[in-house]
Design a protein around this ligand. Structure first.
Ligand SMILES: NC(=O)c1ccc[n+]([C@@H]2O[C@H](COP(=O)([O-])OP(=O)(O)OC[C@H]3O[C@@H](n4cnc5c(N)ncnc54)[C@H](OP(=O)(O)O)[C@@H]3O)[C@@H](O)[C@H]2O)c1
Length: 189
């Protein structure tokens, strides 16, 4: 059972524009040509921040046209927010706030031995990393730069460094990089 941050990113390390647009991403390729189908089959629970959830809210029609329902996941989802947000039709979602540790324990209990997906954003993935709970980063690096936007992983990771375990080319526009996180126990000197 792993906790994984699986995300697409621009070449310069942004996962969305500053106004939360993903329009730059879709022309780069089909997510089904990446490792996503195998990845999602092993996910038992997922977490996201409110900006990621609100993208789904704003784009419910687009998502429904593409995958047949406004909420594309069958797994239970935890949305981190300090606000009250509407529930997307068909979504098995609960709203939480505060430290990630107790939420992670709840997700683990619900995941039935499968993996936990931190959908994004990067700051939320960083909170799981800070708590020593993140095992892998799986990144589809697209061949565009955004110059500014929502950061992929706003943390300084220097020692131990991330360990690159695989590289896969997706067409001529994406490289999928899989990194394992190795870190000292949280709180260790
Ligand atoms: N390229 C990709 O594959 C990919 C993947 C995922 C997401 N995205 C996109 O990237 C953007 C991510 O936006 P973002 O970086 O702003 O991140 P986000 O994690 O989606 O949202 C951040 C917000 O979540 C809430 N939050 C985070 N941690 C919390 C905690 N511990 N307790 C309570 N609330 C918490 C806070 O807002 P409030 O408290 O005000 O609600 C915070 O401002 C979105 O546009 C999303 O659609 C792209």
């Amino acid at each position: 059972m792993k906790t994984q941050f699986f995300s697409a990113t621009s070449l310069d390390g942004f996962i969305a524009t500053e106004d939360d647009s993903l329009d730059w991403l879709f022309p780069l390729g089909d997510v089904n040509d990446s490792s996503y189908p195998e990845f999602i089959a092993e996910v038992g629970a997922l977490a996201m921040g409110s900006a990621t959830y609100e993208w789904m809210l704003r784009n419910a029609d687009k998502v429904a046209a593409e995958v047949g329902s406004a909420w594309p996941y069958t797994q239970p989802a935890w949305v981190f927010t300090s606000r009250t947000l509407p529930v997307i039709e068909g979504a098995d979602v609960r709203f939480v706030s505060g430290p990630v540790q107790p939420v992670h324990a709840e997700m683990q209990a619900a995941a039935g031995g499968k993996n936990i997906w931190v959908v994004g954003g990067g700051g939320l993935a960083g909170q799981f990393y800070d708590a020593g709970l993140l095992d892998e980063l799986i990144l589809q690096v697209g061949s565009v730069t955004l110059g500014r936007g929502k950061p992929l992983f706003p943390r300084r990771v220097l020692s131990p460094v991330l360990r690159l375990v695989s590289v896969r080319q997706i067409g001529t526009t994406m490289a999928e990089l899989r990194y394992e996180v190795h870190q000292d126990a949280p709180g260790a000197a």
